[in-house]
Design a protein around this ligand. Structure first.
Ligand code: DAH
Length: 359
């Protein structure tokens, strides 16, 4: 290649390498290889070259053209890589999630205890039922075999609401038992329900709150007997307190809506002023129960000769305090954040029969 062509090649390759963008590179290409480009013009002038030099000059020009063209292609690829890197960096999207902060809320021991109770009875085939907090006298008392002059009405320290035209005076329900009546009236037996809910009595001290919670249970069928009641409640007590050999005692008692009636005690010890649930010779009352009174069954339009069943009721605060060692009932309603942090539960912890029994 002549000096002239070598100089041109060096110049053009230098311009190609110096092109900092695809547009600048295109300018260099047009300047070299375009219709009026330096290399193109030299090609055009080939005709004026003496015939004996033409062949060699033609080959040299072709090599020059090829060299410049290769340099442009290489530079183009390099610029495209740079451009891609730039775009990848500029358009980068952060697809990582920030670390999830630990949940701050916790479940109140009453909610947790309701979850645990319904979980355990749910595994025994009981389903959740509910009734209104403002109840008719008939559901709260009369249908449960507590007639107008019955002493149980006084014992319950009822909150009465203002009477309405043509309607008996409504009450804030004193127990969850009226939901037994509502359930039997609204669906055909056999049935098994568990009824957690708020209850109200005009009573306030370290162990009583005017609003508290109960859970009612009801099982109605054609051949349910006292053995079913005992088996069911023994299994519940052992699962709930997580003590596989927990002693459970049935003590004769009286409720107007059950016959016979039994109060249920669980074993405990009280050594050195410390209460411990489990075998030990002492007893602690935790719930009331019995076979549903035939009059209650009849009040719900069922034939007591055909349908029998058992019912039970317990105070949720009381068993929560026993299980979780909460000394004062009133702290349950203080909404004190430090108390809730101490006694609260992680929202997704719902222990069941199996988890509890495995302990
Ligand atoms: N309702 C009763 C109360 O509030 C508790 C109770 C006792 C409910 C015996 C029942 C039962 O279903 O069979 O004191």
């Amino acid at each position: 290649m002549s000096d002239e062509l070598t100089a041109l090649r060096d110049e053009l390759e230098g311009a190609v390498l110096a092109a900092g963008s695809l547009e600048a590179l295109e300018d260099v290409r047009v300047r070299a290889l375009g219709r009026r480009g330096a290399v193109t013009e030299l090609m055009k002038s080939l005709g004026k070259v003496a015939p004996e030099e033409r062949r060699e000059r033609g080959q040299a020009l072709n090599r020059l053209k090829q060299a410049v063209s290769d340099a442009i292609d290489a530079r183009k690829a390099a610029l495209a890589d740079v451009e891609l890197e730039r775009r990848l960096a500029a358009e980068r999207i952060d697809i990582t999630l920030p670390v999830r902060p630990a949940p701050e809320g916790s479940l109140h021991p009453i909610s947790q205890t309701i979850d645990e109770i319904t979980q355990i009875f749910g595994e025994m085939g009981f389903r959740w039922a509910e009734g209104p907090d403002i109840e008719d006298d008939w559901y709260n008392f009369t249908a449960l075999n507590i007639p107008p002059e019955h002493p149980a009405r006084q014992e319950m320290d009822t909150f009465y609401l203002a009477a309405e035209e043509g309607r008996a005076r409504p009450v804030l329900r004193t127990h969850t038992s009226p939901v037994q009546i509502r359930t039997m009236l609204s669906e055909p037996p056999p049935l098994r329900v568990i009824v957690p809910g708020r209850t109200y009595r005009s009573d306030h001290d370290a162990t009583h709150s005017p609003m508290f919670h109960q859970v009612e249970g009801l099982a109605i069928g054609r051949s349910i007997h006292m053995g079913h009641l005992k088996g069911c409640l023994i299994a519940f007590c052992r699962a709930f307190f997580g003590v596989a050999d927990l002693p459970v005692r049935f003590r004769p008692s009286h409720f107007p809506f059950t016959e016979p009636s039994a109060e249920v005690d669980i074993g405990c010890t009280r050594e050195g002023g410390q209460l411990r649930i489990g075998a030990g010779g002492d007893w602690l009352e935790i719930l009331g129960s019995g076979m549903v009174h035939p009059k209650v069954i009849a009040n719900c339009g069922l034939d007591p000769e055909e349908w029998q069943g058992f019912a039970f009721g317990m105070g949720i605060e009381r068993i929560a305090m026993l299980k979780y060692g909460i000394p004062d009932l009133r702290t349950m309603y203080d909404s004190d954040l430090r108390w809730l942090r101490h006694y609260g539960f992680r929202p997704l912890d719902i222990p069941g029969l199996i988890a509890e029994a495995a302990e």
